[in-house]
Design a protein around this ligand. Structure first.
Ligand SMILES: C[S@@+](CC[C@H](N)C(=O)[O-])C[C@H]1O[C@@H](n2cnc3c(N)ncnc32)[C@H](O)[C@@H]1O
Length: 227
């Protein structure tokens, strides 16, 4: 980690810090402290590093790896809704730039904490995604580390028979989910996600949970079965 990158990150917050929600100040400070301690950018700091064009991580960022995964699997020409895009929508920006080069597909993104609502051709919604969100315009729902919204994306995509691809984070949001009590574990959470996804998906689709090289946590997706 270079002090030049640290300086740029501090300057970014001096300039745009006031656009961040007040409640997340402690969270940002914790993220920054962790970055300074470990050299590994987490959450808000990964987004800022992307925004200022820096790559403090060794190797590819999760945005690069997940973007490449979407590309390899033919998803980028779809009409995509990214849920929980973060305060700065790094992945959506990569998708938008790619789609502007190819001229195919659209990208929209939801997050209640967005610091901007204008970036390229991305349709940005500073709002909560929930079961009432209108997704009729989209052919793919995606999310990278969508955390609390993971199950919402799965349920909503399945209810409306849409493709979904989610790059999971390492959190377990199952404490209110009786099925994985009394000892929630990450494996239990993965099992629960698969169970909900399988139970709610249309018959002609399959749910896939896979490890992807370069991503710390698995990707869960729904796709039409091959005929
Ligand atoms: C762990 S962050 C991931 C951000 C981004 N995808 C990334 O990888 O950098 C999870 C995000 O989910 C957002 N979020 C929480 N509830 C949400 C909801 N109901 N709809 C949309 N986003 C939500 C939070 O504001 C936060 O930015």
């Amino acid at each position: 980690m270079s002090s030049e990158v640290e300086d740029k990150i501090f300057k970014y917050f001096m300039k745009y810090g006031s656009h961040y929600d007040e409640n997340c100040t402690d969270f940002i400070v914790r993220n920054m402290e962790e970055y300074l301690r470990t050299g590994k950018p987490v959450d808000v700091i990964s987004q800022v590093a992307y925004a200022i064009g820096e790559r403090p991580e060794v190797g590819e960022t999760r945005y690069d790896t997940f973007f490449e995964y979407l590309k390899q699997n033919g998803h980028l020409d779809k009409n995509i809704l990214e849920v929980s895009c973060g305060r700065y929508p790094a992945l959506a920006d990569m998708i938008d730039k790619y789609q502007r080069r190819t001229g195919v597909g659209t990208i929209a993104a939801y997050d209640p904490c967005l610091v901007t609502t204008r970036l390229g051709n991305i349709k940005l919604y500073r709002d909560f995604f929930n079961h009432d969100t209108d997704i009729s315009a989209y052919t793919l729902l995606t999310g990278l580390y969508p955390c609390h919204t993971t199950l919402n994306i799965i349920r909503k995509a399945n209810a409306e028979d849409k493709d979904f691809v989610i790059g999971l984070c390492g959190c377990i949001h199952s404490f209110n989910e009786p099925k994985v009590r009394p000892e929630p574990t990450y494996e239990g959470w993965l099992g629960h996600l698969q169970e909900v996804a399988q139970r709610t998906v249309h018959d002609d689709r399959e749910i896939v949970l896979e490890d992807v090289k370069g991503l710390k946590y698995p990707v869960i997706s729904s796709r039409r079965k091959m005929k």
